[in-house]
Design a protein around this ligand. Structure first.
Ligand code: 3PY
Ligand code: MG
Length: 253
């Protein structure tokens, strides 16, 4: 397992920028990685990505020295394990709605003594070829990044407990699900949603965790940078759509 440069930057107080990808083609991920992102998030919550896909995507990101992360399908130890064993450097865990669920997510990612991740030779441990399995577990506990999604009002209400949980690196606002959970689907600017996001931001920027958020546009990302966010993610599809639409509309109109 290589150094997690995204985690190193966050620990040094820096800001990191990343991009979600739902597509399974490693060459495409490699091309995206070459644009200069700090991290890529391979999205196995939405879409069709399986651990087998993520293993190839992970190789492509590592080749270009970009941190490979997976958004796992759900907060279950055996699901998280299958993604981590591909060699990804950490996980986004969706729908984490209680402090006990945050603790479960951390325990699924970390080996003993902090957690209970299942241990075996896999790509993550270089199949045990370069170091003892004991050394690997220590390194994996150091290098893996845990990103917890805040996307329901239950999670917002529990945020003061979340910030105290050891092993969490980033508390990440999911504006789409949060707006949906508050009854304003797709409207993160609605005052009730904005107030919930503010509450999360206040709690997280005063803690030792990094504040993260999905920000589709550079303008939204800038607003969140001003608000103290240091882990910003966007999605690749928007860039493709905007670029193609600009080209086509100019030539067709
Ligand atoms: C959301 O907005 O719900 C997200 O999960 C963004 O990644
Ligand atoms: Mg979400």
């Amino acid at each position: 397992m290589l150094e997690n440069t995204t985690k190193t930057k966050l620990l040094a107080g820096e800001t990191v920028l990343g991009c979600f990808i739902k597509h399974s083609e490693p060459a495409f991920a490699e091309f995206v990685a070459m644009q200069g992102w700090d991290f890529l998030v391979f999205d196995a919550e939405h879409g069709t990505l399986q651990p087998r896909d993520v293993e190839g995507l992970c190789r492509a990101a590592e080749l270009r020295e970009v941190t490979p992360i997976a958004r796992v399908t759900t907060n279950q130890p055996h699901i998280i394990l299958r993604f981590l064993d591909t060699g990804i450097h950490g996980v986004h865990v969706p729908w984490v709605n209680t402090a006990a669920a945050v603790e479960q997510a951390v325990q699924s990612v970390k080996y003993q003594p902090r957690g209970r991740r299942g241990l075996a030779g896999s790509r993550a441990s270089d199949w045990g070829m370069y170091e003892s399995i004991g050394e690997y577990t220590k390194r994996a506990n150091r290098e893996t990044i845990v990103v917890i999604h805040i996307e329901t009002m239950d999670a917002v209400n529990a945020i003061d407990d979340y910030v105290g949980i050891d092993g969490v690196d980033v508390l990440f606002i999911g504006p789409t699900d949060l707006s949906h959970s508050l009854g304003h689907p797709g409207d993160p600017a609605h005052p009730e949603v904005a107030a919930a996001m503010d509450r999360v931001a206040d709690a997280v920027v005063d803690s030792d965790k990094a504040l993260g958020i999905y920000a589709g546009s550079p303008a939204t990302a800038e607003q969140w940078l001003d608000r103290g966010a240091r882990y910003l993610a966007t999605g690749v599809d928007g860039f493709i759509e905007q670029g193609m639409q600009a080209y086509l509309s100019r030539l067709r109109n």
